[in-house]
Ligand binder design. Structure first.
Ligand code: MN3
Length: 252
């Protein structure tokens, strides 16, 4: 935990120094801190949340995710959630001193602005790390065993995950989650909610993979063809990142 926190602080400083304009420059440093910034580690008091480095070029996921979508999604949408989260926490109340993940766990249906923007920040921070330039890797080891145990096969998982993403009405996310025993399940949430928000979801869990199915995530390239976008997303999944997040969960 100590290392994660140090990395987060270091990265926050880099982001403030202008690396946001050149996300590719942050490539090497982005891997660990993307997880760290979304962890439950409390921020030092008085520190605002910051947009983490993307970790790759806007064009790096072409042809599956186009550069203009990535640029707008990251520099406008994600940046907007960060800005609005900081505004919502200007008077932090019971969220004082909490890390982003703990805020997600604590929000209720009374905390509209914090719920939407803490969710937006956490979800997108993970989302960038769940994709990788150069095409999808493949799950292996204990993660593949867990997928096979819960869904029977990788192919069945893929079709059930795609179905959850397709079936989400309006804006939201579909998730691959682990429960307290590290058993996997698929779920879907509206808007910027996520399965950490235990008072707001049917089945709480720790998301280890998620797909953004808001139209802003795909409409420029795919228009109304959400199913094609979902297939393209599956072509750039960073299963090494998913496996690392699964391995880091307690329990099992
Ligand atoms: Mn989005």
């Amino acid at each position: 935990m100590k290392k994660s926190r140090r990395d987060f602080i270091r990265l926050s400083g880099m982001a403030g120094a202008g690396l946001l304009l050149y996300p590719a420059m942050a490539c090497r440093a982005a891997r660990e801190p993307i997880v760290a910034s979304a962890s439950g580690t409390p921020l030092p008091s008085g520190t605002a949340f910051e947009l983490p480095p993307l970790g790759y070029d806007y064009s790096a996921l072409e042809p599956f995710i186009d550069a203009m979508t990535m640029e707008i999604h990251y520099s406008r949408h994600h940046a907007g959630y960060v800005k609005n989260l900081n505004a919502a926490l200007a008077d932090p109340g019971r969220f004082a001193g909490m890390g982003l993940e703990d805020i997600c766990r604590a929000v209720t249906d009374k905390d509209t602005a914090v719920r939407n923007n803490a969710g937006g920040h956490w979800n997108h921070t993970r989302f960038w790390a769940w994709m990788r330039p150069g095409g999808s890797t493949a799950p292996s080891g204990v993660l593949l065993e867990a997928i096979n145990r819960s869904f029977g096969s990788m192919e069945t998982f893929r079709s059930q995950f795609a179905e959850a993403a397709k079936a989400r009405f309006g804006s939201g996310w579909a998730w691959l989650c682990a429960d307290g025993k590290k058993e996997l399940f698929i779920s879907s949430t509206p808007n910027q909610d996520n399965p950490l928000m235990s008072s707001l979801v049917d089945k709480p869990g720790s998301p280890i993979l998620g797909i953004d199915v808001w139209e802003h995530a795909y409409y420029l390239k795919y228009q109304n063809k959400r199913a094609e976008y979902i297939q393209s997303f599956m072509n750039v999944v960073n299963w090494d990142e998913v496996a690392a997040q699964y391995a880091a969960l307690p329990g099992g």
